[in-house]
Design a protein around this ligand. Structure first.
Ligand code: ADP
Ligand code: MG
Length: 609
């Protein structure tokens, strides 16, 4: 029987180097990683059992056997799962295919050694064993009867060896030869402590030196009153493979329209914010305690991919396959019911503890917004969960649409909003003053996704959502305005102005929305606004030329003066008209070449001084 020497893939060596030399103190996490791999392998075997009738040692118990030997300084973790073929050994324990691990490495590279603490936060799977091991042997036999019995050996440095060995049981047996300084992990009491801490909810029996240690409880089937906060927390960590605490825990039971036992967790941390790429869905689907799919794709909508937990329904056919799941109307219904419940739950949390909800919102609002764009049926409840600053609230305070509506003036029918990069940008812009002067509140939206949100969201509880920089808003007269140009003078000024500007503007008209400014540039409804243009630019697209519609303020001294200047000095008047347009575009964030403004200003100054 031949021994095959192989080198680790470069990334694996790099990872191992970090793992082995990291100063990270929680070396104990390797037990959880290995036990969870054992549990995954057993889970996979169960799935294979549904379709394959020829399985090596089919009668073996699906369990995890752990033994410790203080004298030999070894710890052995054996499972009766799917095991590995030679190719699988090379693929799984010699290369990094796992996207989470790759992202981990990348993150470490960016953060330098500071990032080493993240091992504990994310886990690095199998390789974490080398934090404590001098060498590791993996004895394995695949579930395929014709596969060989193999031994994989490595000291976690350059590479590994694979050789064929005498007949092994199905599954994988990992023998860890502990470093002297980590001899503690060969102590039964220490391992027992770790198994209780990390692996209590593993769905297969775990035997330590022949004795059963884990509970195997379907927590979600119990009554709420029978479950303690610690148990929820432990279970969350187990099922989510997480290291943080659940931020919210929703445990509910229903029997109509479907039988449902659901235990849903919302994590503390938003993993996607760490740059780990898109999170995979993490709510497992069970039927009467039997796992159907640990990561079902079509169960909950994609924007709920950050949610963790378990949904168990006795109404599901037990033999439902993963393939048919996505199409199953029952599964869809199940997902819908749970999604609705979850949104209701969040609504209640927001009322009961606004501060906690705010903190949740700050980390996870993106997903809610994604939901508004993609899930029509949940749009109303999702938009009720949005929070935003407004013109009538102190900077930093947040409002909901319901709050906004409760503050609406008599006769106000619409909800007004503005988008901008920050509160300062929005308040420095030209659009707010008309609304302020009339006591109308304006909601502020400051994230680039909001652009897409409002593409999909046109109303909230029968109130139209109206962008305050849009051309066709009808505002009432205000009382505070002084003498204005006559109507005739105004309209002839507008005509002249439009002619002077040629094709640069779509229209010039007098309007009611200005108080302190002479002119405002309004973006026609069908044309991209400043944020949209910035986004198009960022994506390398050419934004179409802006053709603003100008609204002039016939009460403003500058406008009155311009009307007179038209006959006194047409040349300067034209320059001023042009300059005012560009300034209004600048205020609206729509100017591409600001240096032109300065050049023209010099020209004007030269002519008048
Ligand atoms: P992950 O579990 O996140 O995929 P790991 O580094 O923990 O990453 O494991 C790498 C791969 O090695 C697993 O995906 C699996 O294919 C294989 N593996 C690890 N442990 C076992 C085991 N006990 N039985 C069978 N395959 C295993
Ligand atoms: Mg793993």
């Amino acid at each position: 029987m031949s021994t095959e020497h192989q080198s680790f893939q470069a990334e694996v060596r790099q990872l191992l180097d970090i793992v082995i030399h990291s100063l990270y103190t929680d070396k104990e996490i390797f037990t959880r990683e290995l036990v969870s791999n054992a549990s995954d392998a057993l889970e996979k075997l169960k799935v294979i059992q549904l379709t394959e009738n020829e399985i090596y040692q089919a009668e073996q118990e699906l369990q995890i056997e752990i033994s410790s030997d203080e004298t030999a300084r070894t710890l052995t973790i054996a499972d009766r799962g799917i095991g590995m073929t030679r190719e699988e050994l090379v693929q799984n324990l010699g290369t990094i295919a796992h996207s989470g691990t790759k992202a981990f490495l990348q993150n470490l590279q960016e953060k330098g050694t500071q990032g080493a603490g993240m091992i504990g936060q994310f886990g690095v799977g199998f390789y974490s064993v080398f934090m404590v091991a001098e060498s590791v042997e993996v004895f394995t036999h695949s579930w395929r009867a014709d596969a060989p019995s193999l031994k994989w050996t490595s000291d976690g440095r350059e590479g590994y060896e694979i050789e064929e060995v005498e007949a092994q049981d199905r599954g994988a047996k990992i023998v860890i030869h502990l470093k002297e300084e980590h001899a503690e992990f060969a102590k039964e009491s220490r391992i027992k402590e770790l198994l209780t801490k990390y692996s209590n909810f593993v769905a297969f029996p775990i035997l330590l030196n022949g004795e059963r240690v884990n509970k195997v409880e379907a927590l979600w089937l119990k009554a709420k009153s029978e479950v303690t906060a610690e148990e929820y927390e432990e279970f969350y960590r187990f099922t989510a493979k997480a290291w943080d605490k659940p931020r919210y825990t929703m445990h509910f039971t229903a029997d109509v329209p479907l039988d449902i036992h659901a235990l849903i967790f919302l994590p503390e941390e938003n993993q996607e914010r760490f740059g780990f790429g898109q999170t995979q869905p993490g709510v497992a689907l069970y039927c009467k305690r039997v796992l159907i799919d640990p990561q079902p794709n079509g169960l909950l909508p994609e924007w709920l991919r950050f949610v963790r937990g378990v949904i168990d329904s006795a109404d599901l056919p037990l033999n439902i396959s993963r393939e048919s799941m996505q199409d199953s109307a029952l599964v869809k219904k199940l997902g819908q019911v749970v999604t609705k419940r979850l949104l209701k739950f969040l609504e209640k949390q927001a009322i009961d503890d606004a501060t906690a909800y705010r903190s949740f919102y700050e980390s996870f609002s993106r997903y809610l917004k994604e939901g508004i764009v993609s899930s029509h049926e949940h749009r109303d409840s999702l938009s009720g969960l949005l929070r935003f600053q407004t013109s009538m609230m102190e900077a930093g305070e947040l409002s909901s649409f319901d709050d906004y509506i409760s503050r609406m003036k008599d006769g106000q029918k619409e909800i007004y909003y503005l988008m901008g990069a920050s509160r300062e940008v929005i308040e420095g812009g030209p659009y707010l003053e008309a609304f302020k002067a009339r006591g109308l509140e304006v909601a502020y939206f400051m994230e680039s996704v909001d652009e897409f949100v409002f593409d999909s969201l046109n109303e909230f509880k029968d109130k139209k959502l109206v962008r305050a920089d849009q051309a066709d808003i009808e505002l009432d007269d205000t009382v505070n305005e002084g003498t204005a140009l006559s109507e005739d003078d105004t309209s002839s000024l507008c005509d002249w102005w439009k002619e002077t500007m040629g094709s640069g503007v779509s229209d010039v008209a007098s309007g009611k929305r200005l108080v302190g400014s002479p002119v405002v540039a309004l973006v026609p409804e069908d044309s991209p606004n400043a944020q949209m243009r910035a986004m198009m630019k960022a994506m390398g697209q050419e934004a179409p030329e802006v053709k603003p519609m100008l609204e002039i303020n016939p009460r403003h001294a500058l406008i009155k003066r311009l009307a007179a200047l038209r006959t006194e000095n047409p040349e300067v008047a034209a320059l001023v008209a042009q300059q005012l347009v560009d300034q209004s575009l600048l205020a609206a964030g729509l100017v591409e070449h600001p240096q032109q403004l300065a050049t023209r200003m010099n020209e004007i100054l030269e002519k008048v001084l």
